[in-house]
Design a protein around this ligand. Structure first.
Ligand SMILES: *[C@@H]1O[C@H](CO)[C@@H](O)[C@H](O)[C@H]1NC(C)=O
Ligand SMILES: *[C@@H]1O[C@H](CO)[C@@H](O)[C@H](O)[C@H]1NC(C)=O
Length: 160
């Protein structure tokens, strides 16, 4: 049994040195069960209808935040996972009600990486943003924050 234990220890050490260690920081992370993995993030599609604040709280409760879209690739990846019939809150809102959009994770709001539907955002006392499909095109729309919608949570991948 001494030999078996030693063999096991050596195998684990080799696994750590040659498989896990070189991959740290290279996108070799994992996501909780039932979450969708991208290169760097994990996403969870929630069908719990809630207003924007409550949706963000639900994400925070599992160590995540509402979806933050930083690239066109991320926008594409996400909408391919969504059902056209519904709208999904994301982590973009205008807490000061001055139409200065802010991401929940403090990512800078970059106008060149936004995917508003044509004619959006509108200035109709609508300070929270969801993603939905209009005429088969996915995009962003601002809506009153008290509306109940589905949502998408995002967190960083977990690295071993
Ligand atoms: C993941 O990384 C690959 C290679 O760097 C890149 O081409 C791809 O667009 C990335 N995917 C997302 C969703 O960012
Ligand atoms: C959001 O929903 C929660 C829980 O139902 C409620 O307490 C809160 O007042 C709502 N907030 C808004 C802005 O609708």
């Amino acid at each position: 049994s001494f030999n078996i234990m030693n063999t096991l220890k050596i195998t684990l050490l080799m696994l750590y040195l040659y498989v896990l260690l070189p991959n740290i920081g290279k996108g070799w992370g994992c996501c909780p069960e039932n979450w969708i993995a991208s290169n760097t993030s994990c996403y969870f599609i929630s069908f719990k209808l809630s207003n924007w604040t409550e949706s963000e709280k639900n994400c925070a409760g599992v160590g995540a935040h509402l979806l933050v879209i930083n690239t066109k690739e991320e926008q594409l990846l996400i909408y391919q996972k969504l059902d056209k019939r519904f709208a999904y809150y994301m982590g973009l809102s205008d807490p000061e009600r001055t139409y200065q959009w802010q991401w929940v994770d403090q990512s800078p709001y970059d106008k060149s990486v936004t995917f508003w539907h044509p004619g959006e955002p509108s200035d109709n006392n609508e300070h929270c943003v969801f993603i939905n499909s209009v005429k088969a095109n996915w995009g962003w729309n601002n809506a009153p924050c008290h509306e109940s919608q589905n949502s998408v949570c995002e967190m960083m991948k977990i690295y071993l």
